[in-house]
Design a protein around this ligand. Structure first.
Ligand SMILES: [Zn+2]
Length: 490
């Protein structure tokens, strides 16, 4: 059902240039119709002494317009940003729903200011390796998402035994609108196995023909497994052993091979969840030599180091592959965001049941994954923009615009501009909120960010013009308006 009446979101700040803001009213149906600035003056972010009592603003900026029909929403002088896009999540429907499912995770996304996610192909059963599997996933997901979603396709190592069929599946999935194809250099999943570098090169040539992206989990299998076996032989089961096996060398070894594959095939290769300075440097060099390669990182790599594994309250909850690295790596990743080497920030959202899957005394056996979709937007605004590591426009680019541009969703998503979907998020930049696992909306309620103070909060989320989350009124419209985005439709 489309919204035909014009609604007005009054009195919001919108990002202008760098750290400049403008006060505006946004007119929208399911699309943004107009954004009317309320004065020519732009205000430097730092110059806004924001009062708890917003009367002063109200007196200065009366909204004259009353729509003849439709609704007025009070923006309350908060910051409006485009609905965020998380290009890397594992929402697990169907198949691994004891850990996470679309109902919970998409609600968590709405609470986190995220209006679009790209769900990975490997953590549903069957994995999205053919159009039949894509359709069965769509049947399971539709009517269960609060937000819009697109699917990654995937190529499992086992498929390389049947090359002809695999070529067919890749083309058919591309035609059916997947955002790209995911492969693993090392995979712990029986239902979605890893590929050798030669196989990845072969797949890259096929994916190149579709014009889509090949997303790769980049850790060198031989390095990781040989070390892991040796450490296990010595009886090592601690977090240090896990981190030793999967260090920066393991990542950069894979990244260097993948850069060569990108050079040889000119397929667009995207390195998912980058964790180290070493691999970042390689990507920086490759990009300056015009290699067709991009990358992303996640909040946990930007915040934690391996010292945090010493904290028993965090230890199991911080486990991911690749693991977080050092202070120096962390600083390098922030620099990578600033200078454009890292294209955007995702979460790699992956939850589990913390009671049963986070309790093993052997760190090797602890489930690896962080449910982060609810925290990424306030995290990046707090730690990036508000700590002067990023400008406001850079922050917005990293949360939405760059993904929309890269995946050709920019006709609909990724910016506040007339003609785009009215995916609008209101951020209270003057609020502070402590992350508490019991407040989370994902199925598994745990996070290494437990107790971390965010220097802003998400106040309202609109999806295609509909208010899907409102902190203030504890808005309870639980209609699931989320729709599948097919790339080839847009
Ligand atoms: Zn992932």
């Amino acid at each position: 059902m489309k919204l035909s009446e014009i609604n007005i979101l009054q009195n919001v700040f919108v990002s202008h240039i760098d750290n400049q803001l403008k006060l505006a009213d946004i007119y929208f149906t399911d699309k943004i119709e107009t954004i009317l600035p309320k004065s020519d003056r732009s205000i430097r972010w730092n110059d806004i002494a924001y009062p708890k009592d917003r009367t002063q603003f109200r007196q200065a900026f009366q909204s004259a317009d009353k729509p003849t029909s439709g609704r007025i929403y009070d923006g309350n002088f908060l910051l409006a940003i485009p609905g965020a896009i998380d290009a890397h999540v594992h929402f697990n429907t169907p198949g691994f729903e004891h850990r996470e499912d679309f109902d919970h995770a998409s609600l968590a996304a709405a609470y986190g200011g995220v209006t679009t996610v790209f769900d990975m192909p490997c953590t549903s059963v069957p994995p999205v390796t053919s159009v039949d599997h894509l359709n069965s996933k769509y049947q399971a997901v539709k009517d269960r998402s609060y937000i819009d979603y697109a699917f990654w396709g995937g190529v499992s190592g086992a498929m390389l035994q049947h090359e002809k069929e695999t070529v067919h599946h890749i083309q058919a999935l591309a035609d059916a609108g997947v955002v790209g194809f995911k492969v693993y250099c090392i995979s712990g999943m029986d239902s979605f196995t890893d590929l050798t570098y030669d196989q990845i090169e072969t797949v890259a040539r096929w994916v190149k023909k579709t014009g889509l992206t090949l997303g790769v989990h980049a850790e060198d299998k031989q390095t990781v497994l040989s070390r892991q076996h040796e450490l296990q032989r010595l009886g090592r089961n601690d977090w240090r052993a896990y981190c030793e096996a999967r260090d920066a060398f393991a990542e950069s070894e894979a990244v260097s091979k993948l850069i060569t594959i990108a050079q040889k095939t000119d397929c667009h290769i995207h390195i998912v969840h980058l964790s180290s300075e070493r691999a970042l440097e390689m990507i920086r060099k490759a990009k300056s030599a015009s290699v067709n390669i991009t990358t992303e990182t996640c909040p946990h790599y930007l915040h934690f180091t391996q010292h945090d594994f010493d904290n028993p309250n965090i230890q199991a909850f911080l486990k991911t592959a690749p693991p977080v690295k050092s202070e120096q790596d962390k600083d390098a990743l922030w620099q990578g965001l600033r200078d454009g080497t890292i294209d955007y920030v995702t979460t790699d959202h992956a939850g589990c049941d913390p009671l049963t899957e986070k309790s093993s005394s052997k760190f090797w056996d602890v489930y690896g994954g962080i449910p982060g979709v609810e925290h990424r937007v306030p995290f990046l605004i707090s730690e990036g923009f508000k700590k002067n590591r990023l400008t406001l426009s850079e922050t917005i680019d990293l949360l939405s615009t760059h993904v929309a541009d890269r995946f050709k969703l920019d006709a609909k998503k990724g910016a506040l501009a007339p003609g785009k979907d009215a995916d609008i998020v209101l951020v209270d930049m003057w609020d502070r909120r402590t992350v508490r696992s019991q407040d989370m909306h994902s199925k598994g309620k745990y996070t290494p960010f437990q107790g971390f103070e965010l220097a802003c909060s998400i106040a309202k989320t609109f999806l295609r013009g509909r208010l899907i989350m409102d902190m203030e009124s504890k808005h309870k419209d639980r209609t699931k308006y989320g729709q599948l985005l097919r790339l080839r439709d847009s």
